[in-house]
Write a protein that binds this ligand. Structure first.
Ligand code: SAH
Length: 406
């Protein structure tokens, strides 16, 4: 007989697949022994958080257990639109199904450990995950919309030299439930207040979303699903440092908007700012982005952090204009947001303006991003979270900062 799946290790990442085993054993035990909780050899099994499922995965899960696939639509509406976490309140499900679900599954968002308000109206939350790691999300209200900037990983493995998250190192990928949980939880926190409801989501918080491909894509499916958040493809943006294999797969699974963190027009400089460039050079990354956005189907957003004396000269502006000439794109200039012990400075407003003018004159739509939430360290690149760094990068930075004397 095959080894029961129940003996798999249950952590956030395996929880999704482990649900198979949990469901099987819980059905067996509830039927044969009259037990209502899945207990094996005296050990209680971790329940599956239903926030890990997008509609397709949830429909397959129900179907495999002899339930109608449309149960997925009902569940998604309860969870994501009504914010209901109690199965007993799900009145359009039979009592038997509710009991089954209660035995093996649960619904929970994230635990808030800090909530900071910026003088400009933006707000940052620090969330604690089940394993004690902490991540951040930022809410940015504007006149016509409100954007939630979310994290895709605990920390980031890419080590971009101008980013504060990079300094913190990396711990692990977030599960789908932890990604969509940021939107779910903030929606609940804003509900009943006069804050503008979230209309846009950007993957510009901690982490590289394309290095957590499956979990991020499942979360974007929920964001776009009419039975969940019903956001249009223009209102969900994935920002990447240029992971080419991920970019190549993207068009098969989604049509959301894409942003590329470019930051330099030549490979030598870009490799210093974004070390991933040593693996995937500019021309290869831009080609993969072009293939995704397609002929006039949509436009790539190109992000370019303005670093004083590093990438902000007129010559570099002309090189950038040349590079983007054949890419359907719009350019976002991001004034650098400083953090402790960084070696970079923000370009002056005059420098940013003349850089922008050169691009404008070359026919590239260019805007300078307004810095939001910098008084609460919530601006681009300032999210730090709180977690155990598996890369020991934090220690190395501290040693460098003290000249190796620490
Ligand atoms: N890994 C993804 C998403 C996270 S970073 C990516 O690289 O796109 C989100 C955006 O913030 C990126 O464009 C990034 O380059 C920018 N950013 C990072 N640190 C910054 C800083 N200190 N000041 C301004 N922008 C920064």
């Amino acid at each position: 007989m095959a080894k029961p799946q129940i003996f798999r290790e249950f952590n956030e990442e395996s929880e999704f697949k482990g649900a198979e085993g949990v469901w099987y054993w819980s059905r067996l035990l509830t039927r044969r022994a009259g037990l209502f909780r899945p207990v094996v050899m005296g050990m209680e099994i971790k329940k599956l958080n239903l926030m890990n499922f997008d509609r397709a995965a949830m429909a397959a899960w129900f179907q495999a257990r002899g339930e109608k696939p449309f149960r997925a639509q009902q569940l998604l509406k309860w969870i994501h639109q009504q914010g209901v976490v109690d199965f007993d309140a799900m009145t359009n499900l039979s009592k038997a199904l509710r009991e089954d679900l209660k035995a093996v599954a649960e619904i929970h968002g994230l635990t808030v450990v800090a909530d900071q308000n910026s003088s400009d109206g933006s707000r940052k939350w620090l969330f604690e995950l089940a394993d004690g790691n902490r991540i951040e999300s930022v809410y940015i209200p504007e006149a016509e919309r409100a954007t939630l900037c979310i994290s895709s990983q605990v920390g980031c493995a890419l080590n971009c030299s101008f980013c504060s998250t990079a300094r913190q190192g990396f711990n692990r990928n977030l599960s789908t439930a932890e990604i969509i949980g940021q939107l779910w939880t903030v929606n609940r926190l804003l509900g009943g207040t006069d804050s503008r409801p979230i209309s846009n989501v950007v993957f510009m918080g901690m982490g590289e979303p394309l290095l957590n491909f499956d979990n991020v894509i499942r979360a974007t499916h929920l964001m776009q699903d009419d039975f969940a958040y019903a956001l249009s493809k223009r209102r969900v943006t994935l920002s990447t440092a240029g992971v080419v294999p991920g970019l190549q797969q993207l068009a098969d699974v989604t049509d959301i908007s894409l942003a590329l963190s470019l930051h330099a027009a030549d490979d030598e400089l870009r490799s210093k700012l974004v070390p991933l460039n040593r693996k995937y050079a500019i021309h290869e990354v831009l080609q993969a982005c072009k293939n995704y956005v397609g002929e006039g189907r949509r436009r790539l957003t190109v992000e370019y952090v303005m670093l004083d004396g590093v990438n902000d000269s007129d010559k570099q502006a002309r090189a950038l204009a040349q590079l983007l000439r054949h890419v359907p794109s719009k350019l976002n200039l991001i004034p650098f947001n400083p953090f402790p012990a960084t070696m970079y400075r923000r370009s002056s407003p005059e420098r940013i303006e003349s850089f922008r003018d050169i691009l404008h004159r070359s026919g590239i739509v260019t805007i300078t991003r307004k810095t939001r939430g910098d008084d609460i360290d919530a601006a681009c690149g300032q999210l730090a979270g709180d977690f155990k760094d598996r890369t020991r990068r934090r220690e190395r930075f501290a040693a460098e900062a003290t000249g190796g004397l620490s």
